[in-house]
Write a protein that binds this ligand. Structure first.
Ligand SMILES: Cc1cc2nc3c(=O)[nH]c(=O)nc-3n(C[C@H](O)[C@H](O)[C@H](O)COP(=O)(O)OP(=O)(O)OC[C@H]3O[C@@H](n4cnc5c(N)ncnc54)[C@H](O)[C@@H]3O)c2cc1C
Ligand SMILES: *[C@@H]1O[C@H](CO)[C@@H](O)[C@H](O)[C@H]1NC(C)=O
Ligand SMILES: *[C@@H]1O[C@H](CO)[C@@H](O)[C@H](O)[C@H]1NC(C)=O
Ligand SMILES: *[C@@H]1O[C@H](CO)[C@@H](O)[C@H](O)[C@H]1NC(C)=O
Length: 367
């Protein structure tokens, strides 16, 4: 619940002035986070925004390696350790805003999981999925859905890597079951860390639920080694039933806990300035119930770079003038805009509104 709230607020702030949308097919994904002047050496690293949030900077690194197999990864870590280099793990797009990925100084070694992108096994009987750590969320959801399976909680971003997402304990929270973040569903990892000389400078650990080290490995912020592969607990595919309710925020603090206990995927978007909160009633539904849901939240659609640039310029102008009234006036538009389009949730093509239950197939949308 908390993370969803935080992300909704963040999205509001970043995207509230975006008005121009690009037709599908005419936009490009973010540039790769690592760029080097000569073949994989003398590099810079950043994130999917192109700058880190704290100081709008990028970082330097000596070189980058793109292992495609576990054996190559082991060799890269051993060589890096022998040469006493600082190593950090980077991913296909690197969504994290803080500088988690920066090695100290300019001669650090970046190890990218971009080529560790294979789904290794989906076990519909044991209800597990084993993937290389660079597999993207969308790739995993689609493969699971084809097997009639789903993750309990599916972050709405399709281009996170499984390794990056679990390493930061990103996305989702719930009072129910094992918890709401995908890292709560990790039942095994293989992690490659620096070793002693006698170990060949590398140590490979295969951790299962029996090992208490698994808890450290699954939310490691990338500082304990490179996760090579991950096994997640999955479950049979299910639908979700969703509707929204707008209320005054006067009893928000009191209501939040009981609301959270009542709905497995409960979500609250809070608009303090307008004294309003939007409650998302969000529960499991059997696969058989009719309804064809889709998630199409417009701030998540492709947008023209020029509209992002102009929205940023507007923000900076408001910021420079410390114009609180203007900021609040713009923020005021967000609630009706989002609410009237049901935060992008549609059922059989129509927006889900108050008291209209919406049904979603998890394979068709991602939260
Ligand atoms: C637009 C946007 C919206 C977001 N919304 C939310 C949200 O609602 N809720 C939320 O919780 N988060 C949110 N995030 C944050 C995002 O989910 C996390 O930062 C996530 O960790 C990014 O995954 P990534 O694959 O891009 O990993 P990266 O950002 O590249 O890596 C994350 C960390 O994990 C380490 N790492 C990556 N792979 C491995 C590996 N194989 N072995 C060891 N360490 C590794 C990296 O070194 C780094 O320290 C959002 C981010 C963006 C850009
Ligand atoms: C290394 O990259 C920087 C820019 O990031 C560049 O100015 C410098 O000339 C490069 N050095 C070499 C040796 O290529
Ligand atoms: C932010 O990123 C852009 C694009 O990568 C880069 O040109 C710019 O120099 C960065 N800003 C800083 C302060 O480094
Ligand atoms: C590691 O170092 C050895 C010996 O110098 C070399 O043969 C090997 O190619 C290196 N491996 C990688 C992945 O760089």
């Amino acid at each position: 619940m908390g993370t969803q709230l935080a992300s909704t607020l963040a999205i509001c702030t970043i995207l509230f002035t975006i008005t121009t949308l690009t037709p599908p097919g005419s936009s490009s994904p973010p540039e790769p986070p690592v760029k080097c002047t000569s073949h994989n050496t003398n590099c810079t690293v950043t994130n999917s925004y192109g700058n880190f949030t704290s100081d709008r900077s990028i970082c330097r690194a000596g070189s980058v390696a793109y292992p495609a197999t576990e054996a190559e990864l082991i060799s890269v870590v051993a060589n890096g350790t022998r040469a006493r280099r600082k190593m950090k793990v980077t991913t296909r797009f690197s969504h994290s805003m803080p500088k988690l990925v920066c090695p100290d100084g300019t001669d650090g070694l970046l190890i990218s999981t971009k080529k560790l992108d294979r789904i290794l096994e989906i076990d519909p009987v044991g209800l597990t999925a084993t993937v290389q750590s660079g597999v993207l969320t969308g790739q995993l959801y689609d493969a699971l859905a084809r097997a009639g399976l789903a993750l309990a909680h599916t972050p709405y971003l399709r281009a996170l890597t499984v390794g990056g997402m679990i390493s930061t304990h990103a996305h989702g929270s719930t009072f129910m079951a094992k918890g709401g973040a995908p890292s709560d569903y990790v039942v095994g990892v293989t992690i490659v860390s620096p070793g002693k000389k006698g170990e060949g400078y590398v140590k490979v650990r295969q951790l299962t639920e029996e090992d208490e080290e698994l808890d450290a490995a699954r939310v490691s912020l990338g500082v304990l080694g490179v996760i090579s592969k991950i096994t997640l607990k999955v479950e049979p595919l299910f639908k979700r039933s969703i509707s929204f309710r707008k209320r005054s925020d006067t009893d928000l603090a009191h209501r939040a806990i009981s609301f959270g206990r009542k709905h497995e995927f409960a979500d609250i978007s809070w608009y303090p300035y307008q004294h309003r909160a939007v409650y998302r009633n969000d529960d499991r539904a059997p696969l058989q119930v009719p309804g064809d849901g889709a998630y199409d939240f417009f701030p998540m659609r492709r947008a023209l770079s020029s509209s992002s640039i102009s929205s940023r310029a507007t923000e900076e102008k408001i910021e420079a003038k410390e114009d609180a009234a203007k900021r609040c006036a713009l923020a005021k538009d967000v609630l009706p805009l989002y609410y009237n389009s049901a935060y992008g949730f549609t059922n059989n093509g129509a927006y889900c509104r108050e008291s209209v239950d919406c049904l979603f197939l998890l394979m068709k949308f991602n939260l």
